[in-house]
Structure formats: C-alpha cells, structure tokens
Design a protein around this ligand. Structure first.
Ligand code: ADP
Ligand code: MG
Length: 475
C-alpha cells in the first residue's frame, strides 16, 4: 500500500479522534494539513504560531503516540506555520519548527526526534523497598497559586491551601478536602499547594496522584503480591495529594488500604490533601470510617466563580498567552459562560483558534458564534443513534423493534418519541432523521413531532415519558 503524508496523517487522526474530546478535535486537529512525508518525518501545516504552541503544550503526547504507531520509534514531526500576512502583503509567511523545541530553536531548522523529549509520565510507584529512591512529585508547574485567581467562590479553599502550604501537617486543616463541581479548579488548586510546598520545603516528599491511578496501582500490587510494599511506599510520603477521591466509591479494597495509609500519615503529622466532586455528606459508597476521617480537617468548597472573577480569570489567561482582546469581548464570554472555568477557558481558546484559522478579526459577533456553539456542544452532543438506544432501553425493546414497520401502538409511540428527541436535540434535518430512524420520510417525522406535542399536553402518562426521556438525554 502506498504510504503518503495524507494516509499517515489520516491514521493518526482517527487514533487521536478516539482519544480526545470532539470539540477539541474539531478545533485543533481538523484545521491541520499534512504536507510532506520524507523518511520518517511528517510535516504538518498549522495556521498560526499560537496553534503550534497549543498543540505542543497539550497534545504532544498523543501526537507522539499516534505518529510512533505509524512511523516507528524514530518518527519525527515538523510543524509548518503558515499564516497570511493580514497587512496587505500577499506573501504567506512560513516558519518551520520541529516538534518539542519551543524556546530553543527559532531560526535554526533542526529536527529533534520526538523520542528525545517528553518522556512518559513517570510512574510514582517506584520499586518499593528501595528507600532512597527519589520520588517524582507528578506536579504540573502550570498549576500554581499565582495563576489561580482568587474570588468569593474560592477564597476559603485558596487561603486554606496557602495555610497548608506554609505549614504542611502543622495546621488543623488535615486532611484538607477541596470539593466542588467539574472544572472549578480542584485539580489546579491541589497542584498549587504541592508546588508551593516543594518550593518552601524542598526536602519534603510530595506526591500528587489521582484516585484512579492510586486504585490501579493498588490492584496491580495485589496481583503481584506486594500489597505491603505498596502501603509502605505511601507511608513514607510527607504530603500526599489524592485527586478525585469520589472515584473510590464502592471500591472497598482500595478504601481499606487508603484508610491504613491515611491513619499512618495523619498520626505522623504528614499532610493529606484530597479533592472530590462532592461534599463528604453526599459521597456514596465510601465507608463510614473513611468518611469520618475526611471530616477531621477542613472541607472547603469551590463554587462557580462570579462574573468579576470570570473576567479576571480570562484576562489573566489571555495575558499569559500573549493574546490581546477587547474588554467587551472578554465580558461577553464571561457573561455567557457561567458554570465552570474549564468551559470558560475552552471558549476563549476556540475563539482565538477560530480567528487565527479563519483570519477573522475577533469581534463580538464572532464571539457570539463561538460561545453559542461552545455552549451547545459542551452541553451535549447526542447522536440519533444514542437517542434511539435510550428510547428503546426505556421501553425495554431493542432498536430493531423501534425501527420496524409495525403499527403496534407502543412501538409507534417509541419511534415517534425518538424522532421528536432527534429533532429537539440534534441539528439533523427531518429527512435525515427519518432515514436514520427506520427509513421513514420527512413527513412522517414531522407528523411524529406534532403527535408528541399533542399527546404530551393531553395524556399524563405520555407526558411522563417525555419528561423521563428528556432527563435521560440531558445528562
Ligand atoms: P477540576 O479539577 O475542578 O475539574 P481544574 O482544576 O482542572 O478543575 O480546572 C479547570 C481549568 O480551569 C484549569 O485550566 C484551571 O487552570 C482553570 N481554573 C480553575 N479555577 C481557576 C482560577 N481560580 N483561576 C485561574 N484558573 C482557574
Ligand atoms: Mg480535576
């Protein structure tokens, strides 16, 4: 088979697509062009320097994995930055930058194999028993206090974090439990505390780990018959940060081992920092004895930031990225994206990307488009297949039955509901909905939508179906 830049890149793309959020894929990968393949170096063209930096910062790992799969371990990636000069000069401006070389190379054109940099994240599970091993903290330096902006929504948690960082293990905030919904900064704050402690107390062993990884390590240790080594490893840590402890729900073995580790650390004046997406009272399937330990110290909540804080977070982010943007645009975005900081950042980033890719100036109108799409996309991206599955499950039939030609009333109703929700939750046309739900025409779909409307205002039982299904589909 012929291997071309395009075919290699297509394979990479399908791998990447499976592994990242659809919105991110659209924003950062669809605009890329594969331009050249020579030996094992693939050149890709990106629309701006910002774009290139973003890829390097966020996607270098997945790019590396994808490319290595395609071209072997000596795979190289070369970026070509192509931007139109917006000030009348027709000459496109091209800059070639080899991957993972930021800062070091600007004018030279040296290819550095991806292999050389960015080693795999080191597993903190250093072979136990060997005591003097240096433990990698697994902390992300970009998540520090300086860029964790303070507002009413996070004041308590942030200041408690600072207090803990000043005196790890020496305050009554032990454990410090940071809780709050997704994208509100739990992980960022947890890293910030760790980083600050490392700076103030370089001799202390700090370890950040997600509850998920912790669980995995524990399971491995049981398999390999070295559960005790696992426990000992964690008992020598001075500051243990476990992210997303709600993940331990229902995992009694891991909870048990964590209980022992926790007690040991606590008794020895070591600091424990936990994050969770729920308050301790709302955590389910976590053993009582562990829950009660969580409450020993301080539980501090992160709430959704208010408007002022959202504006400062955006300004700070833009400033750090070296991007200028009008205040009215920043305020527009801050006003419309309210629930979480991750989405807020996501929207501003797609805005920058859109504008650099389409070479459009960033205007309030562009912001409107982006915000609208962004809010819709992140809310839900349900497919017609998914809707059919949910509706069939709800009525305990299979999808084939739902699509069949039968005129049995309950099946017809299920089909009509599927059509109704497809119209409501997707952007598909009536014709396309019809062809996907049992090969019907657009008039049938239209009729279905009307019937559902009518029935839900006249038939109580039917209204309940609509409400239940709406809930199921809006998660
Ligand atoms: P969580 O762990 O609660 O889901 P994260 O810590 O991953 O949330 O935060 C999501 C994004 O929002 C991150 O990029 C983080 O840097 C940013 N963020 C959250 N809170 C703040 C804040 N107060 N100031 C600046 N950035 C923030
Ligand atoms: Mg997190």
């Amino acid at each position: 088979m012929d291997v071309t830049a395009q075919s290699v890149w297509n394979n990479c793309l399908s791998f990447i697509k499976d592994n990242i959020q659809p919105q991110a894929y659209k924003t950062w990968f669809e605009p890329i062009l594969a331009v050249k393949l020579s030996d094992n170096a693939l050149s890709i063209q990106v629309p701006s320097k910002f774009f290139y930096e973003w890829l390097e910062e966020h996607y270098v790992k997945i790019l590396k994995v994808a490319l290595t799969k395609e071209l072997g371990e000596h795979a190289k990636l070369v970026y070509i930055i192509k931007m139109e000069n917006t000030y009348g000069n027709k000459q496109p401006f091209t800059e070639k930058i080899p991957s993972t070389n930021r800062g070091a190379v600007k004018s030279q054109d040296v290819d550095i194999p991806l292999k050389n940099k960015n080693p795999e994240l080191k597993n903190p599970f250093v072979i136990p028993g060997i005591r003097n091993v240096k433990i990698e903290s697994q902390l992300n330096p970009n998540y520090n206090f300086e860029n964790f902006l303070e507002g009413d929504s996070n004041r308590l948690a942030r200041n408690a974090g600072i207090a803990v960082a000043n005196k790890p293990g020496g305050t009554s905030f032990n454990p410090l439990l940071i809780f709050g919904g997704v994208g509100l900064g739990k992980t960022h704050l947890a890293h910030a505390i760790g980083i600050d402690i490392k700076e103030k107390y370089p001799e202390k062993t700090v370890l950040y780990i997600s509850a998920e990884k912790f669980t995995q390590q524990y399971i491995d240790s049981v398999k390999k018959n070295n559960r005790n080594d696992f426990i000992h490893f964690y008992q020598i840590i001075d500051v243990l940060i476990i992210d997303d402890v709600q993940f331990l729900s229902g995992k009694s073995g891991t909870q048990d081992v964590f209980f022992h580790i926790f007690n040991h650390l606590h008794q020895n004046g070591k600091q424990v920092i936990l994050t969770s997406d729920k308050a301790p009272v709302d955590m389910q399937d976590i053993e009582q004895r562990l829950l009660s330990r969580f409450k020993w110290g301080l539980s501090a909540e992160l709430q959704s930031p208010d408007f002022e804080t959202r504006v400062s977070i955006l300004k700070n982010k833009l400033y750090r990225d070296g991007v200028e943007m009008h205040d009215d645009i920043i305020e527009y975005v801050a006003k419309h994206i309210k629930t979480n900081v991750r989405e807020l950042e996501g929207a501003i980033i797609s805005l920058i990307a859109q504008s650099s890719f389409n070479k459009k100036e960033i205007t309030v109108n562009l912001a409107k488009d982006v915000v609208e799409k962004f809010v819709k996309n992140t809310k839900r991206e349900v497919s017609i297949d998914y809707i059919q599955k949910v509706v069939s499950d709800y009525f305990q039939m299979d999808v084939n039955t739902l699509q069949s030609k039968t005129r049995k009333r309950h099946i017809v109703q299920a089909r009509q509901l599927a059509m109704f929700f497809a119209k409501k939750f997707t952007k598909a046309s009536l014709a396309s909905i019809g062809s996907q739900i049992g090969k019907r025409d657009h008039a049938t779909v239209l009729h279905a939508c009307k019937t559902v409307d009518n029935l839900s205002s006249t038939d109580k039982q039917f209204r309940k179906y609509v409400e239940d299904l709406s809930k199921k589909l809006s998660i």
